[in-house]
Design a binder for this molecule. Structure first.
Ligand code: C2E
Ligand code: CA
Ligand code: CA
Ligand code: CA
Length: 279
């Protein structure tokens, strides 16, 4: 209030106000985009390194513009989280992923799981084991058809609640992955306490794994740590054949990245999976 009365900072306040209006307008656009179904999911394959085949698809949110281009999620998900819109959008992502799994099963790929990103806001406000159980029933999904990718931020605010919800979600049929491992407020304590299935090594560590001995040491340690806890390890951001070889040689279980496959629209993806299966 003191600032608003100070004429000297008017240009500054005006800029701030403009920014706030810009954000409000953007939130309004996002809400409309959701109502008008302008979001879509692209899917990136996750490969099992020992068997050399697709075991999961990560669902990645895309906002299609009228000119056919896409706004990347980094530009709108933070605003969806702040405004709470991520809760209905996240529910839609789960529903859409379940629908896709039915299509996969019909095409003979029922053993391929869909990995869904869930932000901390959505996890706290929009997830329940009952809703997940109903989702599995409605779409006749087999257990483990869906994976949830959670970041460390989910676990920070209410670790006890997070732990009991995770246990219930797992009983309802979900597999749980910890995403971007090592980039947030990692704690060994939560790794000991939480019911988890997969640990995803952030692409920041994978990027230099063949060139930088420190990145290599961290990846080796994460693989050993995860395996010691009975988790399977997924490396993300694999862009080069050399990285893939390194990961395979060091016992990493699964990998995804541009070298293996880009995120794709569903029809292109189904076509490519049919091709692969026919090989
Ligand atoms: P993330 O969960 O870490 O997803 C992986 C990101 O890395 C994706 O970016 C993917 O397109 C990109 N990527 C995959 N392979 C490579 C590679 O080889 N090199 C490089 N440089 N990048 C690669 P995208 O699609 O832009 O998504 C960004 C983030 O937005 C995701 O990061 C995730 O945190 C969030 N996000 C995406 N979809 C959803 C969603 O449905 N719900 C929520 N809550 N968050 C989502
Ligand atoms: Ca992810
Ligand atoms: Ca990630
Ligand atoms: Ca990441």
């Amino acid at each position: 209030h003191a600032r608003r009365e100070n004429l000297q900072v008017v240009p500054y306040s005006a800029a701030m106000a403009e920014q706030a209006t810009g954000r409000l307008a953007m939130v309004r656009q996002l809400r409309q985009a959701h109502e008008h179904r302008e979001f879509e999911l692209h899917f990136q394959p996750i490969f099992d390194l020992a068997r050399g085949r697709v075991v999961a698809l990560e669902a990645l949110l895309r906002w299609r513009q009228s000119d056919g281009s896409f706004v990347p999620p980094a530009q709108f998900i933070p605003l969806c989280e702040e405004s709470g819109l991520i809760v209905p959008i996240g529910t839609w992502v789960l529903e859409e992923s379940a629908r896709l799994h039915s299509r996969l099963a019909a095409a003979g790929h029922g053993d391929v799981a869909i990995a869904v990103n869930v932000s901390a806001v959505q996890f706290e406000a929009g997830m329940s084991a009952d809703a997940i159980r109903r989702l599995f029933e409605r779409h006749k999904l087999p257990a483990h058809a869906l994976h949830l990718e959670l970041t460390e931020s989910v676990l920070l605010r209410h670790p006890e609640d997070a732990r009991s919800l995770m246990g219930a979600l797992r009983e309802a049929g979900l597999c749980l992955s910890i995403d971007d491992f090592g980039t947030g407020f990692s704690s060994m304590a939560y790794l000991r306490e939480l019911p988890l299935d997969h640990l995803k090594i952030d692409r920041g560590f994978v990027r230099d794994v063949t060139r930088d001995s420190r990145s290599a040491a961290i990846c080796r340690a994460m693989i050993a740590l995860g395996h010691g806890l009975g988790l399977s390890i997924i490396a993300e951001g694999v862009e080069e054949a050399g990285q893939l070889e390194w990961l395979r040689a060091h016992g990493c279980d699964q990998a995804q990245g541009y070298h293996l496959g880009r995120p794709m629209a569903i029809d292109a993806l189904l076509a490519s999976m049919t091709l692969q299966a026919g090989k």
